[in-house]
Write a new protein. Structure first.
Length: 323
């Protein structure tokens, strides 16, 4: 049943530092409008840095075509000149009854006339970033919106690997779903497997250097990955995964098993993905990998509170390398 749009505000001012949340809010508004009219004829969008307020106001005063309302969107409104913002403020004091104007920006000065005018209409909404503790729940919701189910532990694994960036998390959620195929419920193992499978070559080079206990090469690859935009949390997750793999290889070797097929089966990987693990595991003395895994937990806790999480990460990696 189509929802009525007459109860929407005439002007909205939505802002915040998370572009994904702003776009989601716009998507909900567009979906509501599309239920009651043809957006092809009743939607007009502007960019703040390249638009004049007079053109926006003219669009707002245009009569809807075979629809109850028009939808006018101005992205990056905070990049408009002050004179233009004042013009929009004047419009907001006496807006058209047949248009919903949505002003979108990252940072909005609450002292401006525009803010005051829209606030008087109860149309201001701030979309701030979730608290770090709330990110796993947000990830669970992202999967639910796409008809998939994940547990809290799986969501936490994705947040640790990707970091606290909603836009990037959304991309990774889509990536996980694409790799999962028809599976409706996804586990933590599924999340970590996809993150491993889609990692760049440099990640595997780092892991090989770590397994070979080559401290200099390991740190060089850390710097490269961070420069490419990867996070300390992601590198930590992947390195811990490699330590666990080496522990499995070490345990099998201790039983006299050197068959790569059996190791691949134990790790649920392809044979080519484990070809160097026995050799690398042989570089670690008994107990080294257990110590590395124990220290990884402590490093993870320190990374959450340290002002220099990279330093904490690098110190742990160096300890794994034996330096």
């Amino acid at each position: 049943m189509a929802r009525n749009v007459s109860d929407l505000k005439n002007v909205y001012l939505i802002y915040g530092a998370q572009p994904l949340r702003l776009e989601q809010a716009l998507a909900r508004l567009k979906a509501r409008f599309s239920e009651s009219g043809d957006l092809d004829f009743n939607l007009q969008a502007f960019r703040g840095e390249s638009s004049r307020a007079d053109d926006v106001v003219a669009a707002c005063n245009t009569v809807p075509f075979m629809s109850e309302r028009r939808l006018v969107i101005v992205r990056d409104v905070d990049k408009m000149q002050k004179a233009d913002l004042d013009t929009l403020a004047a419009y907001a004091r006496d807006p058209s009854e047949t248009t919903t104007l949505v002003l979108v920006g990252e940072k909005i000065d609450r002292r401006t006339a525009l803010y005051a005018a829209v606030e008087k209409l109860s149309g201001v909404a701030e979309y701030g970033a979730p608290k770090k503790s709330e990110f796993p729940a947000v990830v669970v919701e992202m999967f639910q919106e796409k008809g998939r189910s994940v547990g809290r532990d799986a969501a936490e694994a994705l947040v640790r690997a990707v970091g606290y960036d909603l836009a990037r998390l959304s991309v990774e959620v889509d990536k996980v779903i694409a790799f999962a195929g028809d599976a409706r419920t996804l586990s933590r193992d599924d999340i970590e497997e996809v993150m491993s499978s889609t990692a760049s070559t440099s990640v595997f080079e780092l892991l090989d250097a770590l397994g070979s206990r080559d401290a200099r090469t390991t740190l060089r690859h850390v710097a490269e990955l961070l420069a490419q935009g990867e996070t300390e949390n992601y590198i930590h997750v992947m390195a811990v995964r490699r330590v666990r793999e080496l522990m499995t290889a070490s345990a099998l070797a201790a039983r006299g098993v050197r068959d790569q097929t059996e190791l691949a089966s134990a790790l649920r990987k392809q044979t080519w993905q484990v070809r160097d693990l026995y050799r690398q595991a042989g570089r670690f003395a008994p107990g080294d990998l257990v110590d590395a895994l124990r220290d990884a937990t402590e490093a993870e806790a320190q990374m959450k509170t340290s002002r220099d999480s990279r330093l904490v990460l690098e110190r742990w990696l160096l300890s794994v390398c034996g330096s």
